[in-house]
Design a protein around this ligand. Structure first.
Ligand SMILES: [Mg+2]
Length: 255
């Protein structure tokens, strides 16, 4: 019986924060942002993160287009340090930064701790496990960065929200993914680091979940406990071995 493992990509397998920070540092130097903004990298980066998170939320909610997200995250950060976001020069600079970010960012190869070991372990068990990536990230970035970090070869399916027409946590994202793989929900497992996006979405679709909670963050108030919670990716091996003889990934099926 085949099992279906649906992995989120950013911050679950691909070290999004480490890779992004390296990219922003080189961008900061490349575009002379210290002089333009009058602050050091840390202050610039901190402000960028807040703005980027808010814009991503708007993008997920459908109130902001992808193109505007890609541009405004830089122009609004520049504005926060005294530039006028609507001038031609700042719009043009923001576009160049956005292009640079996609190009340089996708060349980064850092993975989350244990990711390679886990994927190698699963790779020799391909007769038992079918692997998929489930991601809301931009398609022009997600596939190149999987190739750069040499993890694309482990996966049988790539589900990108832009292709599916739905974004996690919309349950239709998960419904379409399972339907395409012909995967029964109880033999599938969603593994992700974002409670509100990966875990809530999988719960809505009735798929067992593994919450990769690396920093042991408390769950949001009033939320349901995920089926499994791990602080290290390699703990997933224990869960899979334990469930090997069970007909389902649902925890109550294991006894
Ligand atoms: Mg993630």
């Amino acid at each position: 019986m085949k099992r279906y493992l649906l992995f989120d990509l950013d911050r679950t397998l691909w070290d999004f924060d480490g890779n992004a920070e390296r990219t922003y540092r080189s961008m900061f130097a490349e575009f002379g942002l210290q002089k333009l903004c009058g602050v050091g990298f840390e202050a610039f980066h901190e402000r960028y993160r807040v703005i980027n998170d808010a814009l991503w939320e708007a993008y997920r909610n459908g109130t902001l287009s992808k193109d505007l997200l890609a541009l405004r995250r830089f122009s609004l950060t520049l504005e926060a340090f005294g530039c006028n976001a609507d001038t031609k020069a700042i719009v043009s600079l923001s576009q160049k930064m956005s292009d640079y970010y996609v190009l340089e960012g996708t060349r980064q190869t850092g993975l989350m701790p244990g990711a390679r070991e886990l994927l190698d372990w699963l790779d020799v068990r391909r007769d038992r496990y079918c692997l998929a990536v489930i991601t809301n990230g931009f398609s022009e970035a997600q596939l190149p960065k999987m190739k750069s970090s040499d993890i694309d070869r482990y996966f049988d399916y790539f589900f990108l929200s832009e292709d599916l027409g739905y974004m996690k946590p919309d349950r239709r994202f998960f419904d379409v993914a399972l339907a395409q793989m012909k995967a029964p929900s109880e033999q599938s497992l969603v593994i992700g680091d974002d409670y509100k996006v990966d875990i809530v979405g999988a719960m809505a679709a009735g798929i067992p979940q593994v919450y990769y909670n690396k920093g042991s963050r408390p769950l949001p108030d009033g939320s349901c406990k995920p089926d499994y919670e791990i602080g290290n990716l390699l703990e997933l091996k224990d869960i899979l071995q334990k469930m090997e003889k069970s007909s389902s990934f649902r925890p109550d099926a294991c006894s």
